[in-house]
Design a protein around this ligand. Structure first.
Ligand SMILES: Nc1ncnc2c1ncn2[C@@H]1O[C@H](COP(=O)(O)OP(=O)(O)OP(=O)(O)O)[C@@H](O)[C@H]1O
Ligand SMILES: [Mg+2]
Length: 753
């Protein structure tokens, strides 16, 4: 959040010719992308570009995905020469050549019919040469990659609002226009036969003209067929529009949810969040269903109403007045209904939370036989929600009931009135036009009534919207993800006077924490429960960013580092790790591109998981179910460690990663710690001091402050808290073996590598 307001770091020169020079095989496309990004003042990190080993040639899609990952906007398109000439972009455009190379178009001259191209270089040097259509077409068949900085007002960043949704809908305006147009035609097609029949009925009756009747029948048949075809076309257009809008809204919502910071999820009940998000379907339905049909009805009214007024102003006015009255009745009930539905919604959320929580903790519920307690909680909330729903339903019945007479008037009453006028006027023409009018008005009545009811539906959606907004419009964690530095990490960590208090908490979790370690350190964190160890690791990962003081990695303040870049360079293993449904291999790869089976095996070996995985019947293809019930805690943990290790992170955090393990698995992991730690900085939080004796430095924390920093030997010597903890945990050693303080009490199994 902080970095979002900071100005873009001026060409920090992270990827200069020198670093690119280190990778002589850098693909031309990549160089092109880097050059365009550089033109916009953004440095992309080419080392993060990985190819799927199965398809070692980059495709435009892979390139675009990578650029987007790095926080820029990118798109692969096919362009014709004319489009290329008229292309309006603020920077160079990359053409992908037939031979697999790339050139940058830096300028276009439509008058001379040439574009200026040059070879991509990172520094932006080189001369642009003019090329005409013929020459270009020999080497280029239209493939183009467009790149630009992410606009801060891009759709994905826009908060959820009616304005945003309108924009989303209006993006489909060409289809909407077709729908409106076909609606107009359909409306005319329905009116014409009516008018036609009534203007000729008299003649048929008077002159017994069978030929006129036949003509009418033929016209009616033709019109009906045209009507059916058009209705079908309009219907399928409507399906297309609503499906597209629907997909866009759902993608948008999920993206927003993923962008929310972790502590938001910690502060709020999953049930409430889930409920609010799931309600988005109501908004979606309103837009793609109700709003679109209203739109169609609207075009119909636009055609029908003037004709009606032309035929009989008096009757038309009565219908419009009735619709107005319906609106009025609904308006009167809006406020009380809104208040009640707010209560219903809150009650539903509470109910849903009980459900989600119970499912989440079902193991605990079962093992402690808490079913009946959970059931009665559920019972209570069901009753509450049911009560409120009943009240709301009853209240909503009133406007529905009160408007029935008005609705009936629009549908039938107007016919009677029309008949009365026709009879009293005694004019033949009047009778015909009255009959025509009533036929038309019957068609108009229901759209008009549903128009009047639109405010009520809108009101419902507004309430839902407010709920969804309360979740989705929280400040996202990664705002303007292209902001911030992307340094290549070495792994030096420094905390300089860092204090931090959790939101809603009185006591600081960290109080003036001060320490620094060089790259490659194996750093242990010990201290009582609640002393702030996990908080230190959270700050390091950029989960909580509103601390005071400075947290620096390689001397760079953490808040100015690109968040995604930071997390990519961290391997994190917690006490409880979530494994996704899928094979062990997929879990270790975790969907990250460009990783091979060799990487998987290497990571598994380092994590001490190789042996047990190979003993499984299906090996790395063993399928892990949700919640991984087919793995033991230790196995799950080692897979999690492998998952963190596979990207070879420069910084690794193990927060109680081995606490839940049996001594054997713990010993295995601990034995590997040294190997795991080679070439990277490790932060190991552990209650068991035995696993920390090999650390280069151990920080002893107490109540959010650093008590002491030193090696195991030094701390046993001088830090009383540490010595006490050590003695508590290793009494058996001192008693049985007369072990000195310096001896390593690591379990026997862990001794070897
Ligand atoms: N999400 C949170 N919201 C509010 N307070 C928190 C949150 N997480 C931790 N705290 C508080 O911050 C303090 C430090 O917590 P932290 O999790 O860093 O302790 P810890 O040393 O890791 O403890 P443990 O060894 O039990 O894991 C505690 O007092 C805790 O109550
Ligand atoms: Mg902790």
């Amino acid at each position: 959040m902080d970095t979002a307001s900071r100005p873009e770091p001026e060409g920090s020169g992270r990827i200069d010719e020198k670093s690119v020079g280190r990778e002589p095989g850098l693909h031309t496309w990549l160089v092109g992308a880097l050059a365009i990004a550089r033109y916009h003042g953004i440095d992309l990190d080419p080392s993060t570009f990985r190819l799927d080993p199965a398809i070692p040639v980059p495709s435009p899609a892979v390139l675009v995905e990578w650029v987007r990952e790095q926080g820029m906007w990118a798109k692969a398109v096919r362009l014709k020469w004319q489009q290329l000439l008229r292309l309006e972009t603020s920077g160079p455009v990359m053409l992908l050549m037939k031979d697999g190379g790339a050139v940058l178009v830096v300028e276009a001259d439509a008058v001379k019919n040439v574009v200026f191209v040059k070879e991509p270089t990172i520094g932006g040097g080189g001369v642009a040469v003019p090329v005409d259509e013929l020459r270009l077409s020999q080497v280029w068949d239209g493939e183009v990659v467009l790149l630009r900085p992410q606009r801060s007002d891009s759709d994905e960043d826009a908060p959820l609002s009616f304005g945003f949704l309108t924009k989303l809908v209006m993006m489909e305006r060409s289809i909407l226009r077709s729908i409106a147009f076909s609606s107009f035609i359909i409306t005319f097609l329905t009116i014409i036969p009516i008018l036609f029949v009534f203007s000729s009925v008299q003649r048929i009756i008077e002159y017994h003209s069978m030929s006129t009747l036949l003509l009418i029948v033929i016209i009616m048949v033709i019109v009906t067929i045209m009507d059916a075809i058009l209705e079908h076309a309009r219907g399928s257009l409507l399906q297309v529009v609503s499906t597209r809008i629907d997909a866009k809204i759902q993608l948008y919502v999920f993206k927003r949810v993923l962008a929310l910071p972790l502590d938001y999820f910690e502060r709020n009940q999953t049930g409430v969040i889930g409920q609010a998000i799931s309600k988005i379907y109501q908004i979606r339905e309103f837009i793609t269903g109700r709003l679109l049909t209203t739109f169609i009805d609207g075009t119909m009214l636009l055609v029908m109403l003037p004709i009606m007024f032309f035929m009989s102003p008096t009757l038309s006015w009565t219908i419009v007045a009735a619709a107005g009255l319906i609106m009025l009745v609904i308006a009167v009930f809006l406020r009380p209904i809104r208040i009640l539905s707010g209560k219903v919604s809150a009650a539903e959320s509470r109910k849903f939370s009980v459900l989600v929580e119970t499912l989440h903790g079902i193991k605990t519920v079962k093992s402690l036989a808490l079913e009946s307690a959970r059931y009665s909680a559920w019972d209570e909330y069901v009753a509450q929600a049911g009560d409120l729903r009943l009240q709301a339903g009853r209240l909503a019945l009133w406007p529905a009931t009160l408007t029935i007479p008005l609705q009936r008037y629009c549908q039938y009453g107007v016919i009677l009135l029309g008949a009365y006028i026709a009879v009293t006027s005694k004019s033949q023409a009047e009778i015909g036009s009255m009959m025509a009018f009533t036929l038309i008005s019957m068609r108009v009545a229901s759209p008009l009534i549903s128009f009047a009811k639109l405010i009520q539906d809108f009101e419902d959606v507004r309430a839902t919207m407010a709920e969804a907004q309360a979740v989705l419009n929280n400040p996202p964690e990664i705002r303007g993800i292209d902001r911030g530095l992307r340094p290549a990490f070495e792994g030096a960590i420094e905390f300089d006077g860092v204090s931090f208090t959790y939101q809603g908490s009185q006591r600081p979790a960290l109080d003036d924490v001060q320490f620094s370690v060089p790259p490659g350190t194996m750093l242990g964190l010990v201290g009582r429960s609640g002393s702030g160890k996990s908080t230190v690791t959270r700050l390091l990962q950029g989960i909580s960013r509103d601390y005071t003081g400075f947290v620096k990695i390689d001397g760079v303040e953490l808040r100015s580092i690109n968040l995604r870049h930071l997390r990519r360079n961290f391997g994190v293993v917690l006490q409880e790790n979530f494994l996704f449904r899928g094979s062990i291999r997929d879990n270790i790869i975790g969907g990250r591109p460009g990783l091979t089976m060799e990487d998987v095996v290497r990571a598994a070996r380092l994590a001490g998981a190789e042996e047990f995985i190979e003993r499984l019947p299906a090996g790395y293809d063993t399928f892990i179910q949700e919640g991984s019930p087919n793995l033991s805690g230790g196995q799950r943990q080692r897979i999690a460690i492998a998952r963190a290790l596979i990207v070879d992170p420069k910084l690794m955090i193990l927060d109680e990663a081995t606490s839940a393990l049996d001594p054997e698995s713990e010993a295995l992991v601990n034995a590997n710690l040294k190997r795991i730690g080679a070439g990277r900085t490790m932060v190991i939080v552990s209650h068991r001091l035995a696993s920390l004796v090999d650390c280069n430095a151990i920080i002893v924390m107490d109540k959010g402050t650093v008590l002491d920093v030193g090696t195991h030997a030094e701390l046993v010597e001088r830090c009383s808290v540490y010595r006490m903890l050590w003695l508590q945990q290793n009494r058996h050693l001192t008693e049985n073996q007369g072990n000195t303080r310096h001896g390593s009490p690591t379990p026997v199994l862990a001794q070897g590598d």
